[in-house]
Design a protein around this ligand. Structure first.
Ligand code: HEC
Length: 114
């Protein structure tokens, strides 16, 4: 090891020690302390109707039922495109054979009857 390398090693070790001392002495600022939050209740269940079992199987792995049913009213074509998007953009394992039942269910469920 040459002199330049020794100097670099000593410098790096010193900087590391200084960092450890500096961080250990500093209290965690209140703004970074962990906090507890309560999330609002979510309706995670789809309404009972023909096709509900397909929607449960294909949609609830990634988001709540409410997230789906609170979308604006969509046409059959738009819901079909949504399902294609879930598959292609987000990798949802939705079988092609489920598409018709899903679209019929989603069109009937949206907007959610009050
Ligand atoms: C593999 C995970 C996954 C599955 C399964 C899935 N989605 Fe999604 N979905 C997502 C993601 C990710 C988003 C985007 C969330 C965001 O932007 O915050 C999303 C967003 C949506 C949206 C909001 C509009 C949009 O285009 O972003 C709708 C409506 C939707 N999904 C419907 C469905 C329906 C209906 C099913 C079942 C047929 C389904 N999703 C299944 C991952 C999934």
């Amino acid at each position: 090891m040459n002199a330049r390398r020794i100097a670099a090693t000593v410098l790096a070790a010193t900087a590391g020690a200084v960092m450890v001392i500096w961080t250990a002495d500093r209290p965690v600022p209140a703004a970074q302390a962990p906090v507890a939050i309560t999330l609002p209740a979510q309706n995670t269940a789809f309404r009972e109707a023909p096709g509900v079992e397909v929607a449960r199987k294909d949609c609830l792995a990634c988001h709540s039922a409410e997230y789906v049913t609170q979308q604006p009213t969509l046409s059959k074509t738009a819901w079909t495109n949504e399902i294609v998007k879930m598959r292609t953009a987000y990798g949802a394992p939705i079988p092609d054979a489920d598409t018709d039942a899903l679209v019929a269910y989603l069109v009937a469920q949206n907007p959610v009857p009050k």
